[in-house]
Design a protein around this ligand. Structure first.
Ligand code: NI
Length: 635
């Protein structure tokens, strides 16, 4: 469904949303705005021709009581439609809470005493990394707004703090009461003292043999941008930045002949979690829900030309509500550019010697979110042959732990003297609301396998494909299976290609198919249940947008995918949503220190009998005429 009704809120709409909430007195005299975003209309109502008013949603923190409200605002009436006080979970972190945890901890005598025991007196060089408190069963969250903070130390202002963990000191800070809930000291361990920095002044000499590599498009780019609507080659879609979900692509369609055919209604992150696997008391609870606890879009970087993206770049600004509900612009938040992508297709006619080669080009739409020590880049790549590749790039500095001389760290890799990087996972849950050539779709699991030798396979060479319909939510185990080349196809059973096969798009998982390792009784296992499968299939529901529920910050209820799918609803020939977990288990290497080389985890959505033949035969032989039916020997 390609419609501006799904676009992000404008600055003016954010202001009116905030005004309506303040006027209604929700969240006290000075409500904190954890996130403000478009309340997308119900697709079923739109399809039925009903008029749906423009609405906004906001997660509001009462800065005096820690109560959180999930508020719906009608932007045509400038009025609050509903306001629900949460009994589980909270709003994403406000920007000011980073400052509050620092102020409160550093003013607390128990904290400064614990630091003094470790020889630290200059508090300006102390860094606190706040994690949500939801995974600590021993902490009572009732009526509180709590963050469990890991303590790091810098030897100078620009020092890499992660090289010096203040092991054993945890500050549990209430950012509403502005007090320490607890200062925990599980015993002094030696602090790793080696400075490890990644900046040029600490890494001389630099290489001197790189010559410039410039990318120029002298006639300009091949895409057009109309507000958030992007048109490139035969693709069109809308690109918006959501404060929680980050980049949202909606109304993704491919022009085939004279008409646009739908592929996906909406694609974005549904949640992600980074659970740490180190069982010590000062570490075990680390596990960030980077979307719902911090807001991927709110943490979007302003991108630097020639650094984050190279070539002829177009940027989209994004507008977000700040802590007080005022619109605030993130410049250059979304990067749009074209890249050469190698060969699209090639054939050399070995009889005539004629060669045809087509260069592949891709359109890349991306953004990067900084969540504490890590940065996550999300790249949606659109190709001329109708396929989409989604790359997630992991960047930044690993969290650390300390260990004494003469010992080996446990559940962590040594990366420097006395310093280790705990083993952990990055589990990305993509929500893919598919609409393959219409909204009525069915999902099939495809497994390639041999067949038993017998009358149907007398020579033992047969290759079979087992296609299993996912008729209900709990069908199949939802896990990747490289040995059977497992993929999942979203097909429209009512639309056939020219060869009598239902049109479809195939989800091809990448190599990063890990699922959640944590188990009961850990709270993270309950809170991140979405990450126990690589694939979930649900029937579209406007209330089901986030894999761990809408308020995962401190939510211990097990909300989200495991709860919804317990009903085992039918998902055949209906409006289906795929939820794909891309999982990286990060056993850090010494090469990941002091800053990790980028790690990429990908998946693809590939047309599968969607077209009658290769849709990219009409791509010309690039600017070099000799790429099309030329004789290689003549050039
Ligand atoms: Ni990692």
């Amino acid at each position: 469904m390609h419609s501006p009704q799904f676009d992000a809120l404008t600055a003016e709409e954010i202001s009116r949303t905030a005004a309506a909430i303040k006027k209604a007195g929700i969240g006290g005299k000075r409500p904190g705005f954890g996130s403000v975003f478009t309340h997308e209309p119900d697709k079923a109502r739109l399809r039925a021709g009903e008029r749906t008013p423009r609405q906004a949603r906001a997660l509001i923190l009462d800065r005096t009581s820690a109560a959180t409200y999930d508020v719906l605002v009608d932007l045509e009436q400038d009025a609050v439609v509903s306001s629900v006080a949460l009994t589980e979970g909270g709003a994403p972190m406000l920007a000011e809470e980073i400052e509050i945890v620092n102020e409160v901890a550093k003013a607390d005598p128990a904290f400064t005493e614990a630091l003094a025991k470790r020889g630290i007196t200059d508090l300006s060089l102390v860094q606190l990394d706040p994690f949500g408190a939801g995974s600590r069963a021993d902490i009572d969250l009732a009526g509180r707004r709590l963050w469990t903070c890991i303590t790091y130390f810098r030897h100078f202002e620009d020092d890499n703090a992660y090289a010096h963990i203040v092991e054993g000191v945890i500050a549990v800070i209430d950012t509403v009461r502005r007090e320490a809930y607890a200062i925990e000291d599980s015993g002094v361990k030696p602090m790793p003292m080696t400075c490890d920095n990644y900046t040029p002044e600490h890494n001389q000499p630099m290489r001197a043999d790189l010559r410039p590599l410039d990318i120029t498009q002298p006639e300009g780019v091949s895409f057009t941008l109309d507000g958030p609507q992007l048109t490139w080659q035969k693709w069109r879609f809308r690109a918006n930045l959501h404060p929680v979900d980050g980049l949202v692509l909606s109304g993704v369609e491919y022009r085939d002949g004279g008409r646009y055919r739908s592929v996906m209604h909406r694609g974005s992150i549904g949640e992600m979690v980074v659970p740490y696997g180190i069982p010590e008391a000062a570490h075990y609870f680390r596990g960030a829900f980077d979307a719902g606890e911090y807001g991927l879009g709110r943490m979007a970087n302003s991108l630097l030309l020639g650094c984050d993206c190279l070539g002829e770049i177009t940027y989209l600004d994004a507008v977000m509500a700040d802590d007080d509900g005022e619109p605030s612009v993130i410049r250059n938040a979304v990067c749009i550019h074209e890249e050469d992508a190698g060969i699209l297709w090639k054939h050399t006619d070995w009889v005539t010697g004629k060669v045809d080669v087509r260069r592949s080009r891709k359109l890349v739409v991306s953004f990067i979110a900084t969540v504490g020590n890590y940065h996550y880049g999300f790249y949606w790549n659109f190709f001329q042959d109708g396929h989409i590749e989604v790359d997630t790039k992991l960047m930044g500095i690993v969290q650390t732990s300390a260990f004494p001389d003469g010992q080996a760290p446990s559940h962590a890799s040594p990366v420097a003297r006395n310093l280790a990087a705990p083993w952990h996972q990055h589990l990305f849950s993509f929500r893919l609301d598919m609409e393959v050539d219409g909204w009525r779709n069915s999902v099939f699991q495809n497994d390639v396998d041999g067949e038993p030798v017998g009358p149907a396979n007398p020579y033992g060479n047969a290759i079979g494909v087992k296609r299993t319909l996912i008729a209900r939510e709990q069908d199949g185990d939802g896990l990747t299976s490289p040995q059977t080349a497992r993929t999942w196809t979203v097909a429209n059973p009512d639309r056939m290609n020219a060869w009598g096969v239902p049109v479809g798009y195939k989800l091809i998982p990448g190599w990063a198919g890990d699922t959640l390792i944590a188990r009961e009784p850990s709270l993270i296992a309950r809170r991140a249940g979405f990450a126990t499968r690589n694939l979930w299939v649900t029937p579209y529901s406007p209330a089901e947008m986030h894999s761990a529920g809408d308020h995962p910050n401190s939510d211990r209820s097990g909300a989200g995918l495991p709860a919804w799918t317990a009903a085992n609803r039918p998902v055949e020939n209906t409006d289906v949503v795929l939820w794909h977990t891309v999982g990286v288990t990060h056993i850090p290497r010494s090469e990941d220190w002091p800053v990790m080389p980028v790690e990429v985890a990908s998946f693809q959505l590939v047309p599968n009998n969607f077209f009658d033949s290769n849709p990219a035969l009409d791509v010309p032989g690039s600017i070099h005429d000799h790429c099309a039916s030329g004789d290689a020997a003549e050039h």
